[in-house]
Design a binder for this molecule. Structure first.
Ligand code: ZN
Length: 438
């Protein structure tokens, strides 16, 4: 009886005993197919997609019987782009908070910010970003909610690699009053205070329990930032659950500590110099430089500061630091979608003189590696998830071609076609991919 009850319960839990459906077959005719690894264009390629995966890719492959044909013969098809540092559940604005995000989070609920994140995610996908690393400042785990909603199949969006709450020494990046911090706990949930080894371990476990896929720490947001030993503790604890660690770094000492500890990725480039770049290259530490270009309305960068940013990126490139495309663009600029805003950061890469082929590698291959999807998602290869985009021009010749994404496929479904979002196939009234996805 007991056994019967157990198996009955398991059957109920297993739920949808739907009959197996034949997965949809699609054949994409790609006039030009960009191979970012080789930095070259292949012509007359056919990509066969079965369900959510790539079944085959090659020159002039026969179109399988019954396959729907998508004609991109006049376009350049390329793998999806990666934004390695954004905050989709944060949008600070000129009005009312004068672009100061300390005020955003006291005025906007987690629920509102989660809905903004859903919208921002679609805006990113429409610009060709199929993977976004979402690195904190997302209220009370709105980033996890976004990832789950996309993975369970409620809404379209990029694959999200989210950090949960940023862990730092007391105060995070805020400068709260004693009464707001001590009486009202105002730093939470934007930051998790973790000052002792016990608190550090507990904070990491909290994030993992609540759905983080990467750990983000503030290395040196305060003068009492983390030592190399404390960062090693973070790395060890995160590694127990298979997670990597990104460090927000803003001072030379913080950078030194993070590099010495062998952190996975360093966010922001202001504190990095040539010696550090050499060490990062040697240790294989990812650089998520978040290189803000000049000319973004409401976010002025002085000519001197911009020169330093460009020179820093060039120096990192010259020293063979593993580079990722990252923006930290978490604000509203009138007339721009979140995706368009991120693509404006190409300006810094161009000004640093980085060859288009290597900008494309940073935005694709390196992005998959820093996101740890390189064996499942990203490359247009047999067996991989079917994520791909298309533009009319050739980004190897003109990187600005990436600003004209006309076609987006995510998980084998068409999200954008002829320059228009067509998300209907992604919307569901239930968790069609499974409620167990956490
Ligand atoms: Zn950031």
């Amino acid at each position: 009886m007991r056994r019967f009850l157990l198996s009955f319960a398991l059957c109920v839990l297993a739920g949808s005993a739907l009959p197996a459906q034949t997965p949809a077959l699609t054949a994409i005719r790609a006039g030009r197919l960009l191979d970012p690894e080789a930095g070259r264009i292949l012509t007359n390629q056919v990509i066969v997609v079965e369900g959510n995966r790539i079944r085959d890719v090659g020159a002039n492959l026969p179109v399988p019987a019954g396959a729907q044909v998508i004609d991109l013969s006049q376009m350049t098809v390329l793998p999806g782009l990666v934004e390695a540092h954004n905050h989709l559940a944060l949008t600070y604005k000129p009005v009312p908070e004068n672009n100061i995000y300390y005020y955003t989070y006291v005025q906007e609920s987690t629920a509102l910010r989660a809905i903004q994140a859903a919208s921002n995610g679609m805006q990113m996908l429409a610009s060709g970003f199929t993977i976004v690393r979402d690195m904190g400042n997302n209220a009370n785990y709105a980033d996890t909610a976004l990832r789950q909603a996309i993975e369970q199949g409620w809404i379209p969006g990029p694959t999200i690699i989210n950090s949960g709450i940023i862990i730092g020494g007391m105060g995070g990046q805020f400068f709260p009053t004693p009464e707001m911090a001590k009486d009202h706990n105002i730093v939470y949930p934007e930051y998790l205070d973790a000052d002792t080894p016990d608190e550090i371990v507990k904070a990491i476990r909290q994030n993992i329990l609540f759905g983080a896929k990467v750990i983000k720490i503030c290395v040196d947001c305060k003068p009492y930032g983390y030592t190399a030993d404390e960062i090693r503790l973070v790395i060890r604890e995160a590694a127990k659950s298979g997670l990597k660690v990104e460090g927000h770094v803003q001072t030379p000492q913080g950078a030194k500590n993070a590099i010495e500890a062998g952190i996975w990725s360093i966010a922001h480039s202001g504190a990095l110099n040539e010696e550090m770049h050499k060490q990062m290259a040697q240790k294989g530490i990812w650089r998520a430089g978040t290189e803000t270009p000049e000319g973004i309305p409401g976010h002025p960068v002085s000519p001197e500061a911009y020169k330093r940013t460009v020179a820093g990126l060039k120096n990192a490139y010259d020293n063979k630091v593993p580079l990722t495309f990252s923006t930290d663009a978490d604000y509203y600029v009138e007339g721009k979608t979140r995706g368009e805003l991120c693509l404006d950061f190409l300006k810094t890469w161009k000004d640093a003189g980085i060859p288009n082929a290597d900008i494309l590698r940073a935005m694709t291959i390196n992005g998959y590696k820093v996101s740890e999807t390189e064996n499942t998602r990203g490359p247009i290869k047999k067996g991989f998830y079917a994520d791909l985009i298309a533009v009319p021009g050739n980004p190897l010749e003109d990187i600005e071609a990436l600003k004209q994404v006309r076609f987006v496929m995510k998980d084998g479904l068409v999200f954008k076609r002829d320059g228009v979002m067509t998300p209907a196939a992604f919307f569901h009234a239930g968790p069609v991919n499974g409620w167990r996805i956490r």
